[in-house]
Design a protein around this ligand. Structure first.
Ligand code: EPS
Length: 381
């Protein structure tokens, strides 16, 4: 079973991930992971922290001579910023209690975490709830992507809106991914990209933040991943859960999502016909590649809505939990918009779920074994 855990605080020494169930025989290097880490760090609207960090993975286990060996893959990403935070984030006891944070930001995990764990310093919550954790998940996603690429399964993401600036342009093939990588906001539509950048600039001037919508598309999936036989085997629900677990995501849709509720059945379902060589084809993919929670051979399409980041330069009203007086929320350095980064994280978490489902269906301890299983499945189709 492909599974993983991450650990680490945003301003602590670093982030770690252990990925278990990685088949033997995948060629991987820190460089491969770093490409994804760099993509995640980019995007117009990121704050000062990204000028400090240049995320780099160190692989500490599970890889020998550039190949996975079936053992757990262990990854470390150091936080460069830790050196500036040792007074507040020391792992070892210093005897000097850092000044506690007592003004929770509405919309952040601050208040919920403070109540849940009974802390007197909200810093303990901020540090782990921070979206910095997604760097570790992006690294895990890079391992999943490396495996999927062997089987010609590829992923791309595209920003569909930032604030009220929207585009209808969606990803049609992997060629589109190249255009998107060239956009400052990871949006395929050049005009919309420019307007999105302007919207972020304006929000920054106003001391505000912006959310948005992005899509993730997976190409090359064989039919039959996931299962309708149990609720927790349905791949659509697993993908939705994985994408919803990215900080600030408030909505996830598969295929045409919420829009299908307004339409008639004849306008929603993807009809089947035969090609000249008698293969079954679909003319539309409104289902987003999933029927009954199982891949149907069409590209899988997931869309996610991200709320604006809750750390505002022009802080919101809150209550100081120590003095119990009304106050202004914590004003920390932060991003103005992280939708393009979240889209890259979306690719990672979708890659992880797809890799899990792929290994459930074709699983083996080595890539060679998986190749045999896949080709025998395809022969029987
Ligand atoms: C984040 C706040 C900012 C972001 C951070 C997520 O960090 P800082 O407080 O250090 O300025 O930059 O994102 C990352 C560090 C990252 O790697 O994505 C938050 O509160 O969630």
């Amino acid at each position: 079973m492909f599974r993983f855990l991450t650990a680490g605080e945003s301003h602590g020494p670093g982030l770690t991930a252990i990925v278990d169930g990685v088949p033997a025989g995948i060629s991987i290097s820190a460089k491969d992971i770093n490409v994804e880490l760099k993509r995640r760090q980019g995007g117009f609207g990121r704050g000062g922290r990204m000028d400090i960090e240049s995320d780099a993975a160190e692989i500490l286990g599970g890889v020998r001579e550039g190949m996975t060996i079936g053992s757990p893959v262990s990854i470390l990403i150091r936080n460069k910023d830790y050196k500036n935070w040792q007074d507040r984030m020391s792992v070892e006891a210093t005897g000097k209690k850092p000044e506690p944070i007592t003004t929770p930001r509405p919309g952040h995990a601050d208040m919920a975490g403070y109540l849940k764990y009974g802390f007197d310093d909200i810093r303990n919550v901020i540090e782990r709830a921070s979206a910095r954790e997604t760097a570790a998940r992006t690294a895990v996603g890079a391992v999943a992507k490396k495996m999927l690429t062997i089987f010609d399964i590829r992923l791309a993401s595209n920003v569909l809106s930032i604030g009220d600036v929207k585009t209808e342009s969606v990803i049609n093939d992997m060629e589109d991914a190249k255009i998107i990588n060239g956009s400052q906001v990871r949006c395929i539509n050049e005009k919309a990209s420019k307007r999105m950048v302007e919207a972020i600039k304006k929000a920054k001037e106003e001391g505000d933040t912006l959310g948005g919508v992005f899509e993730i598309v997976v190409f090359g999936l064989p039919p039959g991943l996931g299962s309708y036989t149990q609720w927790d085997m349905r791949l659509d629900s697993r993908l939705a859960g994985a994408v919803m677990s990215i900080p600030a995501i408030k909505g996830v849709a598969i295929g045409d999502g919420f829009a299908v509720s307004e339409k008639k059945g004849s306008q929603v379902h993807d009809e089947m016909s035969l090609t000249r060589d008698k293969r079954i084809k679909r003319t539309t993919n409104r289902a987003g590649g999933l029927e009954g929670g199982v891949t149907n051979g069409e590209p899988v399409r997931v869309t996610a809505a991200m709320k604006p980041i809750p750390t505002l330069k022009k802080p919101l009203h809150t209550v100081d939990v120590k003095s119990t007086k009304e106050a202004l929320a914590l004003k920390e350095r932060s991003d103005v918009c992280a939708v393009p980064s979240a889209a890259v994280v979306g690719e990672a978490v979708v890659a992880i779920e797809v890799a899990k489902a792929f290994l459930e269906k074709f699983g083996g301890d080595s890539i060679k074994e998986i190749e045999r299983n896949l080709s025998s499945y395809k022969e029987g189709m």
